[in-house]
Write a protein that binds this ligand. Structure first.
Ligand code: S3P
Length: 170
């Protein structure tokens, strides 16, 4: 039987969840191209994510993010790592569900997410612990819309990629 399911997988989750590192590992294992949405946006704008936020603000970033998402979902096969806020924007969720392909939420405790984000300066929405926790709380309902949920807590990127492969999605 020939499957017509898209050979496309989306990694969603908060900052520090491991989307980029797991995505790189999964793409290697599947031998599929890896596309990181933030990296695509930076290349397209010729600016870092922080510079885009500082120079043009978050609403502009979100519109550029949506346009970049609409482009990268055309790729196939591909492992796509979204930004932490991408899947928390309803129009993006619609774009993804219209395109098809499984969404995987990389879940992790707030303490561990916070620990992983410390010292990384290219995350304009990473400020103090209170706002970090608040943003995470606001996003959970969206992340829960993902088709699958995998914990990255205490696991290497390769281990998480193995678990995703174990879902036998393709
Ligand atoms: C954001 C997360 C970042 C990046 C931008 C906004 C967010 O991606 O897209 O700074 O809204 O949570 P990472 O999750 O890869 O850090």
């Amino acid at each position: 039987m020939v499957s017509n399911r898209p050979r496309l997988i989306y990694l969603v989750g908060f900052m520090g969840a491991g989307k980029s590192s797991v995505g790189a590992s999964l793409s290697k294992a599947l031998n599929w191209p890896f596309i990181d949405l933030d990296t695509t946006i930076e290349a397209g704008q010729g600016l870092t994510i922080r510079q885009i936020f500082e120079q043009a603000g978050e609403p502009f970033f979100r519109s550029v993010e949506r346009a970049a998402l609409a482009e990268i979902i055309k790729a196939e096969p591909a492992v796509l790592a979204l930004g932490g806020g991408t899947f928390a924007q309803p129009p993006n969720v619609e774009l993804i569900s219209a395109r098809g392909g499984p969404t995987v939420w990389l879940e992790c405790s707030p303490d561990e997410l916070y620990r992983r984000c410390q010292g990384i300066t290219n995350r304009p929405l990473f400020r103090d612990r209170a706002s970090f926790d608040q943003l995470l709380q606001q996003r959970l309902a969206y992340y829960q819309l993902a088709d699958y949920r995998i914990s990255t807590e205490g696991h290497s990127a390769d281990e998480v990629a193995e678990q995703i492969l174990g879902l036998q999605l393709f």
